[in-house]
Design a binder for this molecule. Structure first.
Ligand SMILES: Cc1cc2nc3c(=O)[nH]c(=O)nc-3n(C[C@H](O)[C@H](O)[C@H](O)COP(=O)(O)OP(=O)(O)OC[C@H]3O[C@@H](n4cnc5c(N)ncnc54)[C@H](O)[C@@H]3O)c2cc1C
Length: 438
């Protein structure tokens, strides 16, 4: 890297948000520097792994011809509600998931991010890897003029920055756009393993007809000891991605170690048979920002746009984050292009970015679920109580005991009443509804 580099726009972070922004701006004719601290894009990144193609197609309409490193299309998805010894499974399989390209694919971030960043390079973006941005540079009048990096004399200059640094948003905090580290009740810690298994074995265990089918399962209940959180099992081409995540506050309050919860989950009698003989390829942990719409950082500053996890754009309920990140990155890129046309990089002009997001699913969804984390935090018994009840009720329902069915129904009602009073149930349901309707 030369001692001082000049470009039209700088993007910090080569995750989905940053790369989407970089491609959008490069296609619009800007000279873009994309700075990534990892040794290569994806090296530092981990997610569950379902990638939604609607957002990718908005950035790269011909993405399918560019042969992205997808693992499997998601052709079956749903939920497992786990009690200590059983599971109620609500799965949806459809031929309509098999469109080409599919609406969702499993991916491994080390491969996907490297491919996505390569598309940016092909669009003309200058990728600067192994480089950490340490500071945003401002001139005497307070205007953004570039960034400092951890390289000696490694300043990069540009009038506009897209900061897509992910959940550890130190630059966003340094600019005063985010208020310090996230409180533990608004951030989840997730641990994940990628377990190698032959494709034929995966297909026989998950009931898949071949490499053109794949499963994404999100799991609640005993997987997180009944506490607010989720686990997941996704099929890759020749591996299974498995993980579990809980709010940091729950881990602290209950003195839990995430890797022990994952080990416990893998040993669950319903889960274990799917993993038999699989060998670990990867193990990692990552934070997920879940503070929601009301506590998001400011999305713009003078010469600065914030996108993706750095701005807490995660819809945990629907396990969506990469698509929000790509959409926000693209919109940040479009706004930066417009700012260049007008030569106006003021925060007042860049507010158009927030307006675009408010009109899109990104902020509409985050607004709708703005109370979801508070609901789970204030109703910590919710998942454990109702998931255990559903398993006990299912067992009772499916077990013939030579008893009239009306009595059986009464017993099932008793199972619920034994856990929560009538008013308790009504209260929980009202809070759930409020959490889901915003
Ligand atoms: C366990 C887990 C499961 C998930 N599952 C899903 C899922 O199935 N589907 C889904 O859509 N979403 C999922 N998500 C959410 C999704 O991963 C994120 O929302 C998405 O990755 C956000 O993209 P981003 O570009 O904003 O941030 P990131 O992907 O975190 O990228 C940020 C990049 O910035 C770089 N960086 C940071 N600081 C600097 C710096 N100072 N200088 C230079 N580079 C820097 C990092 O190295 C990184 O490459 C999951 C998340 C986790 C943790």
């Amino acid at each position: 890297m030369p001692a001082s580099l000049h470009c039209d726009a700088i993007v910090v972070g080569a995750g989905p948000a940053g790369v989407a922004a970089a491609i959008t701006m490069a296609k619009g004719g800007l000279e873009v520097c994309l700075i990534e601290r990892g040794r290569s894009p994806g090296a530092k990144n981990l997610f569950g792994g379902v990638l939604y193609t609607h957002a990718l197609a908005e950035v790269l309409p011909d993405f399918a011809e560019r042969r992205p490193p997808f693992e499997r299309p998601v052709t079956e998805q749903g939920y497992w509600l786990l009690s200590p010894d059983s599971a109620v499974r609500i799965m949806h399989k459809s031929e309509r998931y098999k469109s080409e390209p599919a609406g969702a694919y499993t991916v491994l971030r080390a491969r996907f991010d490297a491919w996505f960043a390569e598309q940016a390079v092909q669009a003309g973006v200058l990728l600067i890897a192994k480089t950490t941005v340490t500071q945003v540079l401002r001139d005497d009048s307070g205007r953004t003029v570039g960034v400092a990096t951890d390289r000696p004399e490694g300043e990069v200059h540009a009038p506009i920055l897209v900061i897509a640094e992910g959940v550890n948003n130190l630059l966003t905090q340094g600019l005063g756009l985010a208020k310090g580290d996230l409180p533990p009740r608004y951030v989840a810690l997730s641990v994940k393993e990628v377990l190698a298994l032959p494709a034929a074995e995966i297909e026989s265990r998950f009931g898949l007809a071949g490499a053109h089918e794949g499963v994404a399962i999100d799991i609640f209940g005993d997987a997180t000891l009944g506490l607010p959180g989720t686990a997941f099992i996704y099929t890759d081409a020749k591996a299974i991605s498995i993980g579990v995540g809980l709010l940091l506050a729950e881990l602290i309050d209950h003195n839990l170690r995430p890797y022990e919860i994952l080990a416990r989950f893998k040993a669950h009698p319903v889960v274990r048979p799917y993993l038999a003989g699989a060998t670990a390829l990867e193990y990692g942990a990552h934070l997920i920002p879940e503070q929601g719409y009301d506590r998001m950082p400011e999305l713009v500053g003078d010469g600065v746009l914030i996108a993706g996890d750095a701005a807490a754009m995660v819809d945990a309920l629907h396990r969506e984050g990469s698509n929000l990140a790509m959409t926000a990155g693209r919109m940040a890129g479009e706004t930066a292009l417009e700012a260049h046309r007008r030569q106006d990089f003021s925060a007042a002009f860049l507010r158009a970015y927030r307006d675009k997001l408010e009109e899109s699913f990104v902020l509409k969804d985050l607004k709708q679920y703005r109370r979801m984390t508070d609901f789970l935090d204030s109703t910590p018994h919710f998942i454990g109580t109702y998931v255990d009840f559903m398993n006990d009720a299912a067992l009772r329902y499916f077990t013939a005991q030579g008893m009239p069915k009306r009595e059986m129904e009464g017993e099932i009602l008793g199972l619920l009443r034994g856990r929560r009073s009538f008013f308790g149930i009504a209260h929980d349901m009202m809070k759930l509804l409020r959490g889901m309707r915003g």
